[in-house]
Design a binder for this molecule. Structure first.
Ligand code: SF4
Length: 400
């Protein structure tokens, strides 16, 4: 049996560990360490070790209209009825798990062709940027961690263990959790869910030589963490739950899940690039009642889900292991994503779908050409070279 190893980036959390997908007989059969990864240096957490599952078992084999299989021409014609809507009647939501290149094409389509009133990602939280790199966490003398970041971002958490070994201290704020157990001192929220950061913690941060505040963009205490970092003059490590949450944010997609959940007035038409297979909870199940009121729901997905069940049009798309391009991790490091598999017959990449929907107005000869356009038009990427992204260390979107 011939095995092929393809180096790529983990599709789960925003830490961005490198890994090898092991390919045999045209399928992913496992995951192996990628020792040249500047983040994991060969280590992976349990989720990363199961990245083979990110391809998904229940692939959508053909486009559908009204739940029935059809050909691409008819499905694209139906999908293009999105153009009958605009402004606040039309929303485009992407997945913050897609590559930078796919999301750039989707953003152009949403803005330039559809002129959608809402353009976002179906994730919670906020857009925020830290100013510390992952491997510098080891050098901090004090880290104030909010929420259970060491469990949710295991290889980021790993750096904090190195920091402790070097004599650094972990302070923790939040609910009782795995991170609370690892901490040297903690402030736990009270029974009413109130959290008060002690003056002692603030003084330790102020007096530290190299303090850092660590929180996630979806964390309950993100705002408090930002305020504390500012008042104590500490650097920040801002963690994104999804592999390309930072990249999607830099391209201009706003986390919109909370707004969509809260609104009574749902847009009449929606184009959703789904997160399939679902890596976390099925957020679409929760939104099902709301989304079933949408007049025209076009879903681009690789795998069947509660969302594809209610869509008027479904366009089958390539999955993570068939994608080429880049992800941007929480620290702003742009790393390559390699196509380990050939897409199954009848599936198109997100960029090919956008090229078709835009009548070739948004069409590129290859991924490098899309990246060149991103570099020219998205300020955060202006100093990033495509060649550097192909190397093991990747390239940073901005100088810290
Ligand atoms: S820490 Fe995150 S990026 Fe690294 S292997 Fe685990 S899930 Fe993947």
């Amino acid at each position: 049996m011939q095995l092929k190893y393809v180096a790529t980036t983990c599709p789960f959390c925003g830490t961005g560990c490198g890994l090898n997908l092991i390919i045999s007989d045209g399928g992913v059969v496992g995951v192996a360490p990628y020792h040249r990864s500047p983040i994991g240096t060969g280590k992976l957490c349990m989720r990363g070790l199961h990245a083979a599952k990110a391809v998904g078992k229940y692939r959508i084999e053909a486009p559908t209209v009204g739940g029935l299989p059809t050909d691409w021409k008819k499905a694209l014609t139906e999908a293009l009825k999105l153009k009958n809507y605009s402004g606040e009647d039309l929303a485009v939501y992407t997945s913050s798990r897609l590559t930078n290149e796919a999301n750039y094409c989707i953003m152009r389509f949403a803005k330039e062709i559809l002129k959608a009133g809402t353009i976002g990602t179906l994730i919670s939280g906020r857009v925020a940027r830290g100013n510390v790199r992952i491997n510098d966490l080891k050098k901090a003398d004090v880290a104030l961690v909010f929420d259970d970041c060491m469990k949710r971002f295991p290889l980021t958490g790993n750096k904090l263990f190195y920091m402790q070994q070097n004599g650094g201290k972990i302070l923790y704020c939040g609910e009782e959790s795995y991170t609370a157990i690892q901490a040297d001192a903690k402030c736990i929220e009270d029974a009413d869910g109130k959290l008060v950061i002690s003056d002692e913690f603030k003084n330790i941060l102020k007096e530290a030589k190299n303090p850092v505040v660590i929180y996630s963009t979806t964390g309950k205490y993100a705002e408090l963490a930002e305020e504390t970092a500012k008042s104590c003059n500490a650097k920040t490590a801002v963690l994104y739950d999804t592999n390309n949450g930072r990249g999607a944010a830099e391209i201009g997609f706003i986390p919109s899940l909370d707004t969509l959940k809260a609104t009574e007035k749902v847009p009449k038409a929606m184009l959703i690039f789904a997160e399939t297979p679902m890596f976390m909870d099925d957020i679409y199940e929760e939104l099902g009642e709301k989304l079933s009121k949408v007049e025209l729901l076009v879903v681009v997905a690789s795998n069947a889900s509660s969302l594809t069940d209610i869509a008027n049009v479904v366009l089958p798309v390539t999955s993570f292991a068939e994608s080429e391009g880049s992800y941007t991790n929480w620290e702003g490091r742009v790393q390559k994503v390699s196509a380990a598999l050939t897409a199954p017959e009848g599936q198109k990449s997100p960029c090919e779908i956008i090229a078709e929907l835009s009548g070739k107005a948004i069409s590129y000869k290859d991924t490098a050409a899309i990246f060149a356009d991103i570099k020219a038009n998205i300020p955060a990427f202006k100093d990033v070279s495509y060649e550097q992204v192909q190397k093991a260390d990747g390239a940073f979107i901005e100088v810290i």
